[in-house]
Ligand binder design. Structure first.
Ligand SMILES: C[S@@+](CC[C@H](N)C(=O)[O-])C[C@H]1O[C@@H](n2cnc3c(N)ncnc32)[C@H](O)[C@@H]1O
Length: 252
């Protein structure tokens, strides 16, 4: 049986092409990543965190000033570093050690203190303490939902009363049938993905980016079970992968 090992793929992304793994646009491929592209990459993170904080302040908590934030699936620190601008303490968590090393380097370069990077597991057992802000963007879409839902539960358990979450999930794929079939074949037929890599001039072991859809009913149910009362939704569309950022607050 062809085994699906998304964590191994992410470890390889971290080692082979971390910036493209985070944002899959040509200018972020290792070979193209010049300094204007790097600047644009980190600017996109600053802009996203500005959007997240302003959405929370306008929709949920007007005077939101988090002190301890968890950035789940932090990658190379694109969003962790701007979070450290507003929080005294930030923990960036990722399954890829190479991503975490790059994140630490970027954080040092940006002169941001108060950030700890931690290698993730499905129990979040290496993450200690509680947080008044839990955050994740374009991460759960790469984790099989059976595991992802357990991780969501673990994250919610670390949220303090009155704390806020902003978590992103994909829930639908809008694409022509032929495209969906070719993605499915690449993910399921042994050796097809390495072959396509080679035909595209990449090394055969270049990782495959898997995408998963979540049932938002299950997430909403979990939010209610974990005393998250108010929720605001912002929809996303990344090339036909439709998603939602759920902003919520836990009961005080
Ligand atoms: C598309 S990148 C997004 C990075 C970051 N959130 C950003 O927007 O800049 C997805 C990240 O999720 C991480 N990831 C994938 N599966 C994970 C898991 N099970 N636990 C923690 N991190 C995971 C990957 O290693 C990768 O760094």
């Amino acid at each position: 049986m062809f085994s699906v090992r998304p964590d191994a793929e992410w470890k390889r992304y971290g080692e082979m092409d971390p910036y493209f793994g985070v944002l899959s646009q040509q200018q972020y491929h290792g070979s193209h990543l010049n300094s204007p592209a790097r600047a644009a990459f980190f600017r996109s993170g600053e802009e996203y965190i500005d959007f997240v904080l302003s959405t929370i302040r306008s929709r949920l908590v007007a005077d939101f000033r988090p002190s301890r934030a968890l950035d789940f699936g932090c990658g190379v620190g694109r969003l962790t570093i701007p979070l450290a601008r507003v929080c005294s303490d930030v923990v960036g968590v990722d399954v890829s050690a190479a991503m975490l090393r790059e994140a630490q380097r970027n954080c040092d370069e940006a002169g941001r203190g108060g950030v700890e990077f931690v290698c993730s597991n499905d129990q979040l057992s290496r993450v200690s303490g509680r947080f008044d802000f839990i955050h994740s963007f374009i991460v759960f879409q790469h984790i099989p939902p059976s595991r992802g839902l357990r991780l969501v539960r673990a994250l919610l358990g670390r949220l303090t009363p009155g704390g806020v979450g902003a978590l992103h999930f994909t829930y639908h794929r809008r694409a022509p049938l032929a495209r969906r079939v070719s993605c499915w074949l690449r993910a399921h037929v042994p050796l097809l993905h390495p072959l396509v890599n080679v035909l595209r001039g990449l090394t055969a072991r270049y990782p495959l980016m898997r995408m998963y859809k979540y049932d938002l009913n299950k997430i909403c149910f979990m939010l209610q079970q974990e005393s998250c009362e108010r929720c605001h939704t912002v929809f996303t569309d990344h090339g036909g992968h439709l998603g939602a950022v759920l902003f919520f607050q836990k009961r005080r």
